[in-house]
Design a protein. Structure first.
Length: 94
């Protein structure tokens, strides 16, 4: 699946609810998902993590990030291409 396909899938399934909620409230949901991902990563580091749960949390974070892009009018494919492909990405290390 390409980024654009995923963004369209999220738009088709959730846009009416997401846009009604708005960006500030959606960002709070996104932040909560980041917290859940952090918790899953901590379990992994302690050796008691569940790989399936970790993968699901990554998927949730990606879905909520995509939701934010949808309701703010950002084309993720274009954004990623412009920043990391066309311009070569930021200097230094990430």
């Amino acid at each position: 699946m390409q980024i654009a396909e995923f963004q369209q899938l999220i738009h088709e399934r959730y846009y009416p609810t997401d846009s009604a909620r708005g960006a500030p409230a959606t960002f709070l949901w996104f932040s909560e998902e980041i917290g859940e991902l952090a918790e899953a990563l901590a379990h992994r580091e302690r050796g008691d993590g569940d790989p399936q749960h970790l993968a699901e949390e990554f998927a949730d974070v990606l879905a909520w990030l995509t939701t934010l892009a949808n309701i703010t009018g950002v084309d993720l494919t274009r954004a990623v291409h412009d920043k990391y492909v066309e311009s070569g990405g930021p200097e230094g290390t990430k």
